[in-house]
Write a protein that binds this ligand. Structure first.
Ligand code: HAM
Length: 416
């Protein structure tokens, strides 16, 4: 048997209700705030992610599905949406539109990660990006919109972590300071952390051994080294979130796996998830558009994992599918019966009813059973080109009428 590739899954009909709910909440919340939907291609040139996401990130180094297009160009299945949206912004001259340009997406993404609960190789994200707004209101508004979406979906146990990364120059100087600090305390660090001081000093904040943790508790924090303007921006974002009544924790050790961030960085986690607790996150990327060849333009956005939102939300009732009418024939060989039934179903749908035609040729008895299973409100049993019986499945009463009168009778009935 051929199975779906590891880390991928099928979206079966039973899964669609929850997805549609998420899509309609996202559409409602984001459209009301002035966001328009965008969809970029499933693959892009590999260079977009190398330049946009960052050549040294895990995503670009280890997790991309890249392939040759047959003409010597390297393409990659998109691992994330921000670089593609910025590429589209530049390519379509969206800087000519009134600023800011606010976009949202609900799309599939691809990362060659080790699959586990809430972590897939093809997964879905709902995301939002604001391009062309530098002020702290944009940061706070986006964070509030994500909080609203998670709340509307019933995601439980959420926590918001917040940090600021400042500018790349500040980070360079901070990294040098942290490296020096770690060397000065190397005798108290675990061997693993000690070996990686030069490679990735920030990792020391994630260590669990008591020696390293004691050293890191007193380590310099990037958040205390921010340039005045960056610190001011961060303070303004926090004030707006306070005013909105949104609770958050400042986490100076918050790191995200993408290199394009500047200033504000945030992540929502949920207690309802296991090891993969990040439901959604994002941040500001004021240099990205320029890095991709556009004019210097500020940007900020987030993305949330659809699978994780659904995992962290308690079971929702499935939206019941409505079937107004099932059309069956009494005798398939009766003159004109099949054509008349076909026409009744078509006419019903044109009139806005959810109407299904009995397609399997089952007996009348089992057609009625099937209608019950579907929860159909009416069954039309077509006898021949002229005659039919309309049965109200809720009350059980039925009456004879011309096939051409079925739809009008249902419409009248449903108005009572
Ligand atoms: P990210 O944190 O890499 O950010 O991904 C956002 C969300 O996608 C995560 O919080 C998680 O819920 C979900 N996710 C990521 N990888 C997987 C996976 N392998 N399986 C299932 N879910 C996953 C970004 O992608 C940025 N583009 C967000 C952003 C937008 N920043 C600014 N604008």
């Amino acid at each position: 048997m051929i199975q779906a590739p590891k880390g991928t899954y099928d979206l079966l009909p039973a899964d669609q209700g929850a997805r549609q709910l998420l899509e309609s909440h996202a559409q409602r919340i984001l459209a009301a705030a002035g966001y328009s939907r965008i969809e970029t291609p499933a693959f892009e040139s590999t260079e977009l992610f190398a330049r946009g996401v960052g050549a040294a990130t895990d995503i670009v180094q280890k997790e991309m599905y890249s392939f040759d297009d047959g003409g010597g160009r390297s393409l990659t299945l998109r691992p994330e949406g921000t670089a593609p949206v910025c590429r589209a912004y530049i390519e379509h001259g969206m800087h000519k539109l009134p600023a800011p340009v606010k976009l949202w997406y609900l799309s599939a993404f691809f990362r060659a990660e080790n699959p586990q609960r809430g972590r897939h190789r093809q997964f879905w994200q709902v995301g939002a990006e604001v391009i062309g707004a530098a002020g702290p209101e944009a940061d706070a508004e986006l964070i509030v919109l994500l909080a609203e979406l998670l709340e509307a979906m019933g995601v439980s146990g959420t926590r918001l972590r917040l940090a600021s990364l400042g500018q790349p120059e500040t980070r360079g100087a901070y990294r040098a300071e942290l490296t020096e600090y770690l060397h000065a305390h190397s005798e108290s660090l675990s061997a693993e952390v000690r070996a990686r001081i030069e490679l990735n000093p920030m990792r020391a904040f994630d260590a669990s051994d008591p020696g390293t943790r004691a050293v890191m508790a007193a380590a310099p924090k990037l958040i205390d080294r921010l340039a005045e303007e960056d610190a001011g921006h961060f303070a303004a974002v926090r004030e707006l979130l306070d005013a909105a009544g949104l609770r958050y924790e400042i986490d100076p050790t918050l790191v995200r796996g993408l290199d394009y961030y500047t200033r504000t960085l945030f992540e929502f986690t949920s207690d309802a998830l296991g090891a993969q607790s990040g439901v959604g996150g994002g941040g500001r990327y004021d240099r990205l558009i320029e890095q991709l060849g556009g004019q210097p333009t500020p940007g900020i956005g987030w993305a949330a994992g659809v699978e994780r939102i659904l995992l962290a939300a308690p079971a929702r009732p499935r939206a019941a599918e409505v079937v107004d009418l099932l059309v069956a024939v009494a005798d398939r060989d009766a003159h004109g019966a099949r054509a008349a039934a076909f026409e009744v179903a078509r006419e019903a749908r044109r009139a806005g009813l959810a109407a299904q035609l009995e397609l399997t040729g089952r007996s009348l008895k089992s057609a009625l059973k099937h209608a019950d299973r579907l929860g159909a409100r009416y069954v039309a049993i077509v006898n021949d080109a002229e005659q039919s019986v309309l049965r109200d499945m809720t009350g059980g009463e039925q009456r004879e009428l011309a096939a051409g009168a079925v739809v009008a009778a249902i419409l009248r009935g449903s108005r009572l």
